[in-house]
Write a protein of this length. Sequence first.
Length: 361
Amino acid sequence: MGMAEGQKIGRASAAVLRERRRRFRRTRVRELKMIAKALASTKHPVLVHIIPMRRCNLDCGYCNEYDDVSKPVPIEEMKRRLDRLADMGTSVITISGGEPLMHPELEEIIRHTRERGMIAGMITNGFLLSKERIRTLNEAGLEHLQISIDNVTPDEVSKKSLKTLDTRLEWLSEFAVFQVNINSVLGSGVKYPEDALTIAHRAVELGFTSTVGIIHDHNGQLKALDPRQIEIFEEIMELGKRSYSRFNDFQHNVARAKEHTWRCRSGSRYLYICEDGLVHWCSQQRGYPGIPLAEYSDEMRHREYETKKFCAPRCTVSCVQQVAMLDNWRDPQNLKPTPKKRAPQTVPAELVQIGSTRVDS
Ligand code: SF4
Ligand code: SF4
């Protein structure tokens, strides 16, 4: 995960390397505490994805998790939501979107997350990164950043390409003191699967970790890769073999569209908070339970912990599966889901990260 400790990368100065090592160690200690706390008690959320802004500066052909008009969630409201999550005992916050770098007070959101004792991560398309923005993210206390790159050269479907982003990756390699992960993609609609390999190798060369995502169907469900894609997938998994994934078969099952047995603890140990402040199981199952965070009680969370998710056997959402590993060995799920409270505006199709060492993705 992130840049390897102590690794000499690019032209990073001695001061950046020192601060990078310091932040890496501190984050690692906090992650170990997070795991110990999660094993000791099932009563708090481990990971929360929160959306401060649905708007995005890009328009990737496969994505319907964004719009080009919505306003940022006001900072006071974001702080209220973060306070509520901190009071629940949440360990990790991942800021996602839309494009979080478009939020004018993103750094304040990160700062508040850290002040409330939670690990702060972010998923971004990276286009709005500059040397100055990397500096302000360093100062705000960001701990993890993930960029998804879809191809080597931009095409009509996606501009998130290595060619477009490479200068920004070099700036990250030189100036970022937080950990950086580059996610490449495989699956239907990806024209050149070899691109994923090129992207993963470049990520490692720059001192980042790399993961690979699989494009799944519109409900986050399985779709098998072809044999060449499987080969590439296995090679990238090998590149990122420090991953927790070596402890389970989830990612390998996803690549081959095999069903798997696990207990999805979304709505309890994992929460997805949309821009309207509603709690959802995950980005793929928005509307369950669809209850405002301010009204989301301990009882509701505990009920979701014991609720069997109908979508679990064919699910591809690896970050939720990683969180579930903490509890798979205990507490069988016997409750049925309550009906949807609010239907999602759109049915999202998104890229799923596979093989991450992080739980905040
Ligand atoms: S995939 Fe990411 S960058 Fe592309 S439109 Fe969706 S939110 Fe924006
Ligand atoms: S099993 Fe869980 S993470 Fe997967 S799609 Fe269903 S609710 Fe989402």
